[in-house]
Design a protein around this ligand. Structure first.
Ligand code: GLU
Length: 312
């Protein structure tokens, strides 16, 4: 499916899991939220596998995730996109940014980056101080044929802002708050930030619904969209499901996978977490019936406004 095939004004949402393990209840909540948001507006819902980060990707995980989505009644439109097959599109975007003078080669080692890092915004991740900003491509190519350099996006002091559909006006100044960020690692792997922006545009995504842990990334993604002349989707950041330690559930922390035999319960729990507890009379119902109720019931106003919460 290409952007040209998007009907004018048609809503299009997406779920973009990293296939590093089976779906857990937190990722199911993100899938359900983006699905309901798209379907309740008569829109399409796409699935994209974010399988760029080789070491984290598990070959069996893609199939597990897709089978679980199917069993949960969350049917997607069109073919599943895989980031591992999108190298050409990422290279074209990187070249465009390089020609515009917005990217520079960074030869800093991990150690140098750690030693020189400046504090990030409000206790956020430390930021790169721009050590290599003045470095030329010729200089980088001289050291290992360019293979040893990471590509960094030059950020500015101008505020980047957007309206989150749940959280309202958001604003950040990238250079002092997040710093220049990597678009392509020294080993050639394209960063999440660049891949998401190129793919959301290529898939004609009009509405991004995902966890609040990615809200900070949205500023970088909007900055990239503007630099590449791409249309900006609307954004809705839902609370993430926290484990007993208060941290976001993730496949890395070995959150329990959602079991296909008890998907009705998992779906009910995800809906309740999202402020859409199904009514009593639907107790014991299957996933199809739960979704039939949830699609027209979906309302952003019912979502909790926290960044994260335990599942009840
Ligand atoms: N692949 C990311 C994740 O699994 C989500 C990216 C997105 O929704 O933009 O956390």
């Amino acid at each position: 499916m290409t952007a040209e095939e998007v009907g004018a004004g048609r809503h299009r949402g997406r779920f973009a899991p990293t296939p590093s393990g089976p779906l857990h209840i937190g990722s199911l909540a993100a899938a359900v939220a983006s699905y309901l948001d798209a379907r309740s507006r008569g829109g399409e819902w796409l699935v994209r596998m974010e399988d760029l980060d080789g070491p984290r990707v598990r070959p069996a995980a893609e199939d597990e995730i897709l089978r679980t989505l199917e069993a949960a009644g969350l049917g997607w439109d069109g073919a599943v996109m895989r980031q591992s097959e999108r190298g050409e599109a990422y290279r074209a975007a990187l070249e465009k940014l390089r020609e515009a003078g917005l990217v520079y080669p960074c030869l800093c080692s991990r150690r140098e980056i750690a030693d020189s890092a400046l504090p990030g915004a409000q206790g956020g991740a430390p930021r790169y101080p721009g050590t290599c900003r003045g470095r030329s491509w010729r200089e980088a190519e001289g050291s290992g044929g360019g293979r040893g350099a990471a590509w960094r996006m030059r950020t500015g002091d101008e505020p980047v802002s957007f309206d989150d559909r749940l959280r309202g006006a958001q604003r950040s100044r990238l250079e002092p708050e997040a710093g220049d960020f990597v678009l392509r690692r020294a080993d050639g792997i394209v960063s999440y930030q660049l891949a998401v922006v190129v793919d959301d545009a290529a898939q004609g995504v009009t509405s991004v619904v995902r966890g609040a842990d990615l809200l900070d990334s949205t500023f970088r993604q909007i900055y990239l969209q503007d630099a590449l002349g791409l249309r900006r989707p609307e954004y809705l950041h839902i609370p993430v499901v926290a484990g007993e330690d208060g941290e976001k559930l993730s496949k890395q922390t070995r959150a329990h996978p959602v079991r296909r035999e008890t998907l009705g319960e998992a779906l009910r729990a995800a809906l309740s977490f999202l402020g859409h507890a199904p009514p009593e009379e639907l107790r014991g119902c299957g996933v199809e019936e739960l979704l039939r109720w949830a699609i027209p019931a979906w309302s952003v106003a019912r979502l909790p406004r926290t960044d994260s919460a335990r599942m009840g």
